[in-house]
Design a protein around this ligand. Structure first.
Ligand SMILES: NC(=O)c1ccc[n+]([C@@H]2O[C@H](COP(=O)([O-])OP(=O)(O)OC[C@H]3O[C@@H](n4cnc5c(N)ncnc54)[C@H](O)[C@@H]3O)[C@@H](O)[C@H]2O)c1
Length: 250
């Protein structure tokens, strides 16, 4: 098992890609703290992990609020004694052309997709540095790498995550803490379905454009995260890996 007894925090673990990441890490024997705004969903994920025979806690936290992040991180340390893996997966977007969008929406997109990553990293990294061990995997988006009409501010936020992760990887290497980014292509999740509900042709046109002719399943993304969270990836840092069925190649 690649993550035997590793303690992992997964943000946005109540559904979609985050839930699949929690399940995949637990399959590799990690102890997972499932963090989400949606406590009921987080508990449901946590129950699934316990049914697999793994220890897990569900914690409600809004990762856009530093004080809630600090309380959450302390709760994980209290529950498990350490933090080995941090997966920053919580994210959100609303598709609209930039010139139609409002500043209030920009603030929300930047807070959830970018600032939350700064908060969790700032709170968790001292625990990893102290032990000279850690794996941070940030969930970006191919929107940041190749652009995506209707996702300008989201692309900026995810591009920020990629740039932040590269510099953080340099600063953290001396402590044997790895920092990498996984960029999903279009993935079949509740968030995608909410966006696709406003554009009935979106899924079909993407399936045509994706060389593998299907959307990503959450498990496709989770497999890449589990690898980067494991010691098999110990010499990989500052990298951005697209999991997009060939839609993007960079
Ligand atoms: N689905 C896609 O096509 C796709 C493509 C590229 C990147 N991504 C990225 O993958 C990640 C997961 O996306 P998904 O499609 O599974 O989304 P989702 O909406 O299905 O799940 C996201 C989870 O994050 C939680 N969350 C949102 N804001 C939060 C906050 N402030 N604090 C704590 N939890 C919060 C939600 O409650 C939800 O459970 C996101 O970072 C997203 O940007 C998704």
């Amino acid at each position: 098992m690649r993550l035997e007894d590793r303690v992992a925090i997964v943000t946005g673990g109540a559904r979609g890609i985050g839930r699949a990441i929690c399940e995949r890490l637990a399959e590799e024997c990690a102890l997972v703290a499932v963090v989400d705004l949606d406590l009921e969903g987080a508990r449901d994920t946590s129950d699934r992990l316990r049914a697999m025979g793994r220890s897990s806690v569900a914690i409600r936290a809004d990762v856009t609020r530093r004080a809630e992040v600090d309380v959450m991180v302390q709760a994980v340390v209290d529950a498990f004694g350490r933090i080995d893996v941090l997966v920053n997966n919580a994210g959100w977007d609303r598709m609209e052309l930039f010139l139609d969008s409002q500043e209030e929406t920009w603030e929300k997109i930047l807070a959830i997709n970018l600032k939350s990553v700064l908060y969790t990293c700032h709170a968790v990294l001292p625990h990893m540095i102290g032990r000279g061990y850690g794996k941070v995997v940030n969930i970006g988006s191919d929107a940041a790498r190749v652009g995506s009409t209707g996702e300008a501010v989201y692309s900026a936020a995810k591009g920020g995550v990629i740039a932040f992760s590269k510099t953080l990887a340099r600063e953290m290497a001396r402590y044997r803490v790895n920092v990498n980014v996984v960029c999903p292509g279009p993935a079949n999740t509740p968030l995608f379905q909410e966006i696709a509900a406003q554009n009935e042709k979106l899924a079909a046109s993407l399936e045509k454009a994706i060389p593998f002719r299907r959307l990503a399943e959450p498990s496709d993304i989770a497999n890449a995260v589990a690898f980067l969270a494991s010691d098999e990836a110990s010499y990989i840092t500052g990298q951005t890996l697209s999991v997009s069925g060939g839609l993007t190649m960079a």
